[in-house]
Design a protein around this ligand. Structure first.
Ligand SMILES: [Zn+2]
Length: 226
C-alpha cells in the first residue's frame, strides 16, 4: 500500500499561492548592566530590542555614581550607547543614584520619553536641581581654591540642563500598564515601599516567538524575577 504523502510533500499546483505565512523577524533582546555593578550607585540597565532593521532602546534607571572619587569619575566616562538613539528612560525612584545622570544624558542628546510614577515626577525636579546646584557650587569652590586638575573645573551638568529634562517626563499610576513600540514592550509600576513614589518596574517584552519579563527593583540594583 502506498504511503500517503505528508502535507508538506504534496505537489503544489502551478500558480497556487503558499498557505504558509511568512515568519515575522525574530525579536532579539539584550540586557546590559551599565552601572551599580561592584558598587551600589550609578544604576543603569540598557534594554535593546532588535527586530529586522528596527532597534529600540530603553534605559531603566539613569543614576549617578556617588561616593569615592574613582566612582564619581565614572560619571565623566562616555556610556556605551548613543543618547539620541535611546527611545525611553524608566525610573524606579528619585534617589540620585537612580536618576541623577538624566541631565547629562539630555545634555548629550537624549530626547526620548521618561516614565516614572507621579510622586517620583514631583520629587525629580527637586532632586535634580539640588544635584546640579551642588555640582555648580563645588566647581566654583574648586576654581576659587585652584585644587582641581581641570582648568576651569566644570559641573557635570547645570541647573539649566535640568530644566531640559523635566518636559520629557511622563508620570504613570501604579498598576496602570502602558504599551510601547506597537506592543513589543509593556511597562507597569508596582509599589516598592522604598521612598515616596518608588516602584518596581515590571517590563515585559513580547516578540513573535518569545515573551520575557523583568522586574527592576527600586531598592537595590539587580533583577529579582526572570
Ligand atoms: Zn533608593
Amino acid at each position: 500500500m502506498a504511503t500517503p504523502l505528508k502535507p508538506s510533500a504534496q505537489p503544489r499546483k502551478a500558480g497556487a499561492s503558499s498557505s504558509r505565512k511568512p515568519t515575522a523577524a525574530r525579536l532579539r533582546v539584550i540586557l546590559q548592566f551599565l552601572g551599580a555593578a561592584r558598587c551600589v550607585t550609578g544604576s543603569k540597565f540598557l534594554l535593546t530590542l532588535t527586530q529586522g532593521t528596527t532597534r529600540r532602546q530603553v534605559l531603566v534607571d539613569c543614576g549617578l555614581f556617588q561616593g569615592l572619587k574613582e566612582l564619581r569619575l565614572r560619571n565623566r566616562e562616555p556610556l556605551p550607547l548613543v543618547p539620541a538613539e535611546v527611545d525611553a528612560v524608566v525610573l524606579t525612584h528619585a534617589h540620585i543614584d537612580h536618576c541623577g545622570y538624566l541631565p547629562k544624558l539630555v545634555q548629550d542628546g537624549f530626547r526620548g520619553r521618561i516614565f516614572c510614577t507621579e510622586p517620583t515626577a514631583d520629587l525629580l525636579s527637586i532632586m535634580l536641581l539640588d544635584s546640579a546646584k551642588l555640582q555648580e557650587e563645588e566647581a566654583d569652590f574648586a576654581n576659587e581654591r585652584g585644587y582641581s586638575s581641570h582648568h576651569p573645573a566644570t559641573p557635570l551638568y547645570s541647573q539649566a540642563d535640568v530644566l531640559n529634562v523635566l518636559p520629557l517626563v511622563e508620570s504613570m499610576g501604579y498598576d496602570a500598564p502602558i504599551s510601547l513600540f506597537d506592543g513589543a514592550l509593556s511597562l507597569n509600576f508596582r509599589e516598592a515601599g522604598h521612598i515616596l513614589g518608588s516602584a518596581i518596574a515590571e517590563v515585559t517584552v513580547q516578540g513573535p516567538e518569545q515573551r520575557k519579563r523583568w522586574c527592576f527593583p527600586a531598592t537595590w540594583a539587580g533583577i529579582i524575577a526572570p
